[in-house]
Every structure is written in C-alpha cells, then in structure tokens.
Design a protein around this ligand. Structure first.
Ligand SMILES: *[C@@H]1O[C@H](CO)[C@@H](O)[C@H](O)[C@H]1NC(C)=O
Ligand SMILES: *[C@@H]1O[C@H](CO)[C@@H](O)[C@H](O)[C@H]1NC(C)=O
Ligand SMILES: *[C@@H]1O[C@H](CO)[C@@H](O)[C@H](O)[C@H]1NC(C)=O
Ligand SMILES: *[C@@H]1O[C@H](CO)[C@@H](O)[C@H](O)[C@H]1NC(C)=O
Ligand SMILES: *[C@@H]1O[C@H](CO)[C@@H](O)[C@H](O)[C@H]1NC(C)=O
Ligand SMILES: *[C@@H]1O[C@H](CO)[C@@H](O)[C@H](O)[C@H]1NC(C)=O
Ligand SMILES: *[C@@H]1O[C@H](CO)[C@@H](O)[C@H](O)[C@H]1NC(C)=O
Ligand SMILES: *[C@@H]1O[C@H](CO)[C@@H](O)[C@H](O)[C@H]1NC(C)=O
Ligand SMILES: *[C@@H]1O[C@H](CO)[C@@H](O)[C@H](O)[C@H]1NC(C)=O
Length: 287
C-alpha cells in the first residue's frame, strides 16, 4: 500500500534556525512519524534492571493485545519499578493494520529509547507510550507532532479558516456524546462546503480521558493545528491524548489532490521530554 511521496521534514532549533529536509520516500499508513524518549520522568535516576524487564514484558503484552483490541492499557511491576503503558489505534484502522502498527511501534520504541524511563511514539495509524508515572486519565498536550500538506488552500475556497473552525467546533461537540462507543471518541465527518469541496474532519481521544477533558484536549489540539496549518489542504496533529485532522478534496479531483506531503515536528522540550527524532536526524547529517 506504500506510495512514493515527497516528504519534507522541518526542524526548528529556535525561531531563527530551522532545517528543512526534503526527500522522496515511500509512505505507508503504518509509517513511523516521531519518537520522544525521556530519561527521567520525575525525581528518579535509577537505572533498574527490574524496570527494564518489566518494560519488556509490558511492550510484549501491548503488542500481543493489539491483535484483539484497538486500545489497551496496563501496569506491571511494583514500587519504583512500576511501568504504565498503553496503545491506541486510529478509529478507521482495521485490526490487521492496528496490530502491524503497534508491533512495529513497540519494537522501535524498545530499540530507540533503551534505558529511558518514559517514551512515546507516534505512527500515522497508532501510538504507543510507557512511563514510570501514571498518566492514563490526565490531560496532556505535549509532546505533540503534526503533519500537513505543503499545498495551500486555493483562493477560490473563500473563507476556509472560518468554515473549518465552524465545522471542527461542531464535530468536537458531537464527539463528546460518543464516549462509550466501540472506538471511544472517534468521529469522522465529511461535509460538502459551499458546493465547492468536501471537508473531512476527524477527531479522537484516548479512551481513558473523561468527556470533559476529551473536549478540552480536542479544542487545544485544534487551536495548535490552526496556528500551523489552517491554510493547507490537509493537516493532522497527534498529542498524547487526542488527535485532530482535516482534509479537503473535490470529489471530481480525487484521489490526486495531494501531491506534496510534509512532516513538521515541533521539537520544543516539554515536560522534560526531548525530541528523539530530531536528534537522530541531526546525527544522520553529522550536525
Ligand atoms: C527526590 O526526592 C527525595 C525524597 O523523596 C528528596 O529527598 C530529594 O531531595 C529529591 N531530589 C530532587 C533532585 O528533587
Ligand atoms: C543503565 O544500565 C545499563 C546496563 O547496566 C547501561 O548500559 C546503561 O548505560 C545505563 N544507562 C544509564 C542512563 O545509566
Ligand atoms: C506475546 O506473544 C508471543 C508469541 O505468541 C509470546 O511468545 C509472548 O510470550 C507473548 N508475550 C506476553 C507478555 O504474553
Ligand atoms: C486501564 O486503566 C484503568 C484506569 O484508567 C484501570 O481501571 C484498568 O484496570 C486498566 N486496565 C488494565 C488492563 O490494567
Ligand atoms: C486493513 O486495512 C489495510 C490498509 O488499509 C488493507 O490493506 C487490508 O486489506 C485491510 N484488511 C482487512 C482484513 O480488512
Ligand atoms: C531509531 O534509530 C535509528 C538509528 O538511530 C533510526 O534510523 C531510526 O529511524 C530510529 N527509529 C525511530 C522510531 O526513531
Ligand atoms: C480532567 O481530569 C482530571 C483528572 O485527571 C479531573 O480531576 C478533572 O475534573 C477533569 N476535568 C474535566 C473538565 O472533566
Ligand atoms: C470542484 O468540482 C466542481 C464540479 O466538478 C467544480 O464546479 C468546482 O469548481 C470545483 N471546485 C474547485 C475548488 O476546484
Ligand atoms: C494522478 O495523477 C497522475 C499524474 O499526475 C496520473 O498519471 C494518474 O493517472 C492520476 N490518477 C488518477 C486516479 O487520476
């Protein structure tokens, strides 16, 4: 299912210094997007063998569980060696793809975040996370990552930002009534706008958020997406607790509307988490 697309990666070290890489790369649904590793989530510097053993078991269990469910959480170990973990797949991803995605993610996160007390990895279709502190029901917006088209919205679309904002606001409200459905909080909406183009809006929260925090998470994520990408044909943001995306298309033009494709990771350091992906890109280019 992989297709070759132009992929741009932009990393900003500060507002004055950005690096842009453009490469041609095969992109598939289960493509890895970004990894964040963190050595210490709190007041501990212990490098415990027991913790690492517990982590191994946890990742293996998550991987195995993804053949049965679209999300799962668990806790292993005792006291300072306790590890909490979870995964979830995006709502329209089938069980086979979910399993493949989580499998890759657990292998990658074990490889690239060796000896880290917490980590989070985002793929196009899933996310996997572990930590030595309990995080399931808390609302967090960092570290996040977003991707967008590099093609701007055509002028003929008129008041696109307004239309997008109105529609997404409505979708977020509707999603808050979905908390106990099969795929918690996942909602996809496709609406024809101004008889000109189709606007697809997608929202999803982590199943452990309560409805109030889910709504807040989606609003904050959309706000962030508006800042970076509301003049683009499509965009997608993944935060630790929710995701928001939109896509525009003209039925008569489908499926060829998105030629260029970009990945933009914001490498800010939040909550002590450092952008592992940026570091590995720099290493790759000898910077
Ligand atoms: C870590 O926590 C212990 C008590 O739990 C405290 O005595 C120590 O000062 C803390 N260290 C840091 C760096 O916060
Ligand atoms: C943790 O311990 C392992 C093996 O004992 C060692 O290879 C690794 O460098 C240590 N990591 C840290 C952050 O101390
Ligand atoms: C996951 O499945 C594999 C293969 O069936 C098995 O070897 C492994 O023990 C399982 N992991 C856990 C934690 O149950
Ligand atoms: C998942 O987390 C919830 C708390 O949010 C907990 O009640 C539940 O037992 C956890 N599930 C597993 C399998 O540990
Ligand atoms: C699951 O989705 C993938 C990717 O969209 C597709 O290739 C595959 O055929 C689907 N599998 C099933 C069983 O529907
Ligand atoms: C893991 O690290 C290797 C080498 O540093 C890199 O090629 C790979 O893309 C990384 N994977 C992830 C998921 O970060
Ligand atoms: C959000 O979750 C926290 C627990 O993490 C809870 O105390 C708070 O009441 C929730 N907020 C809303 C608006 O539901
Ligand atoms: C979308 O397609 C319709 C019907 O083919 C056409 O009338 C309309 O102008 C197109 N809109 C844009 C923005 O290209
Ligand atoms: C998409 O565009 C390419 C050239 O840009 C063309 O060769 C291809 O046939 C188009 N595919 C469809 C399904 O329209």
């Amino acid at each position: 299912m992989a297709t070759t697309k132009k992929l741009s990666t932009l990393f900003c070290l500060s507002s004055l210094f950005c690096l842009l890489f453009t490469i041609n790369q095969a992109v598939s649904e289960s493509e890895h997007m970004e990894t964040f590793c963190n050595k210490a989530s709190r007041n501990t510097t212990s490098n415990s063998t027991t913790y690492n053993t517990n982590l191994k078991t946890l990742l293996s269990t998550l991987s195995n569980q993804s053949s049965f469910a679209n999300y799962y959480n668990l806790t292993t170990g005792l006291a300072s060696d306790t590890v909490h973990g979870m995964f979830f797949c995006i709502g329209d991803v089938n069980r086979t793809s979910c399993n493949a995605c989580v499998k890759s993610a657990t292998i990658e996160i074990a490889k690239n975040c060796t000896n880290h007390r917490e980590a989070i990895i985002y793929y196009f279709s899933c996310m996997v996370r572990y930590s030595d502190k309990f995080f399931l029901s808390t609302l967090e917006t960092k570290p996040n990552t977003f991707w967008s088209s590099t093609d701007p919205i055509p002028k003929s679309y008129g008041k696109f930002e307004q239309r997008l904002s109105d529609k997404m606001g409505e979708v977020i409200v509707r999603s808050s009534f979905l908390s106990s459905s099969f795929t918690p909080y996942y909602l996809q909406d496709i609406t024809r706008i101004d008889d000109q183009y189709d606007l697809q809006s997608v929202v999803q929260c982590s199943p452990h958020l309560d409805p109030g925090n889910c709504t807040t998470c989606l609003k904050l994520a959309f706000q962030e997406l508006t800042h970076c990408c509301s003049d683009q044909l499509w965009a997608f943001i993944f935060t630790p607790k929710c995701l928001v995306s939109f896509d525009t298309s003209n039925s008569s033009l489908l499926p060829n509307h998105s030629g260029a494709f970009s990945i933009r990771g914001n490498n800010r350091i939040f909550g002590g988490m450092v952008l592992g992906a940026a570091a590995s890109v720099f290493a790759l280019f000898g910077l």
